[in-house]
Design a protein around this ligand. Structure first.
Ligand SMILES: Cc1cc2nc3c(=O)[nH]c(=O)nc-3n(C[C@H](O)[C@H](O)[C@H](O)COP(=O)(O)O)c2cc1C
Length: 373
């Protein structure tokens, strides 16, 4: 059986895979355009921290710094592909509104937005045809967003991304829920809750709201299983880091290839959320309060530089550039399974082939056991 297309409004996406936005500077023009060229969704992360910002107040004009660099990446991606290009803009970013407005001006296809509640996103894109998709961690959050958007803006999401607790990067779950696998909510159960909400609003607004599920999706079989359970597509991050085209430095990718299961830890990020990362000396030092820094960026609404143990923007930028002594690497729970770096088109072909044969198998045996681990 063929994989179904992912339909988001008038966007017909042949491969129902969304390459998740990955900051800082992990998914930019090269990765996103390569994914889009294969018929899936390529996503540029707006978490950038430009080196050119001299005065954060000037960002509001969009004339310098993060916003202009972000615009450059969107233009570059669009030059390299005619496929679907999305952006991922975290609500926690200080320049959130300016970044959304820039994405609208540049006519991106989709804005994904999480790391907080994107409650005013419909207002910021009003009058444009850009699709908007909140990233949620539960049915409860999906309900809150749909309720607010319908009440205030008479609008439902064009799609919803469910990011489960096995994902890399920041996570919308408590430290308690993330302490071990047994206490983590299961992606399939979370999906059922989110589908209940989206189906209700779909019916009320006579509009399909596809749900894209991610976090721990590793193989084509995982993709087939979650689609069989009602997802319209998947979001994947970790596997796209280990591609030739990923925008991170080789040392970042090699940290993934070398990672063992016991290297994966949950940290308390200055963003104000837990995050999944790879243990290293920098994080050990940060835990002991040994990192000294001066903040001149104020890139996050949620970070207090006076109490934060380190500057996450500096740490992630250093890591993306291959300086892991002064930074660290976010990664998904399946990172230890990665053993090589491959071209994007080989990865996507492998996933699609596996998913299509798994569909046939699942159709025959209706096997619903969990494989998202
Ligand atoms: C290195 C890295 C950076 C990420 N950065 C972001 C980000 O800036 N914003 C965001 O919403 N999600 C971010 N994510 C989450 C991904 O978009 C995606 O949802 C997640 O990786 C899916 O889980 P998987 O890694 O198990 O496939 C990041 C993930 C990784 C691995």
């Amino acid at each position: 059986m063929k994989l179904p297309h992912l339909i988001i409004g008038n966007l017909d996406i042949p491969i129902p895979i969304v390459q998740g936005g990955m900051g800082i500077k992990i998914s930019l023009a090269k990765l996103s355009s390569s994914v889009a060229n294969c018929g899936a969704v390529g996503t540029i992360s707006a978490a950038i921290k430009s080196d050119h910002v001299k005065d954060r107040k000037n960002i509001a004009s969009g004339a310098e710094g993060d916003v202009s660099e972000f615009v450059g990446f969107i233009r570059e991606a669009k030059r390299l592909t005619t496929g679907v290009i999305a952006v991922n803009i975290m609500t926690a970013l200080t320049s959130y509104q300016q970044l959304v407005e820039a994405a609208v001006r540049e006519n991106v296809d989709i804005i994904f937005s999480g790391a907080g509640l994107p409650l005013n996103l419909p207002m910021l894109v009003e009058g444009s045809s850009v699709k908007i998709a909140p990233i949620v961690s539960s049915g409860r959050v999906a309900e809150l967003i749909c309720k607010t958007w319908t009440r205030k803006y008479n609008r439902v999401p064009d799609a919803v991304v469910l990011e489960g607790p096995m994902a890399g990067g920041h996570l919308g779950y408590s430290l308690d829920e993330l302490k071990d696998e047994a206490s983590m909510p299961k992606l399939e159960n979370l999906l059922a809750d989110v589908l209940e909400v989206t189906r209700k609003y779909s019916k009320e607004y006579n509009k399909t709201i596809p749900v894209i599920a991610g976090g721990g999706i590793y193989t084509g079989t995982d993709i087939a299983k979650i689609i069989k359970l009602g997802a319209s597509g998947v979001q994947m991050g970790t596997r796209f880091v280990c591609t030739d085209e990923c925008d991170a430095a080789d040392a970042f990718k090699q940290a993934y290839v070398k990672a063992k299961k016991e290297d994966i830890i949950i940290i308390n990020s200055p963003v104000g959320m837990p995050g999944r990362a790879l243990r290293n000396e920098f994080l050990e030092k940060a835990k002991k309060g040994e990192i000294k820094f001066n903040c001149s960026f104020l890139c996050l609404k949620t970070c207090n530089p006076k109490t934060s143990p380190y500057c996450i923007a500096n740490a992630l930028t250093n890591a993306a550039q291959g300086n892991l002594e002064e930074g660290f690497v976010f990664a998904g729970s399946n990172v230890y399974r990665v053993d090589k770096i491959v071209p994007v088109k080989d990865l996507i072909k492998e996933l699609v082939d596996e998913a299509e044969s798994a569909f046939n198998f699942l159709g025959r045996y209706n096997n619903e056991s969990s494989c998202f681990s």
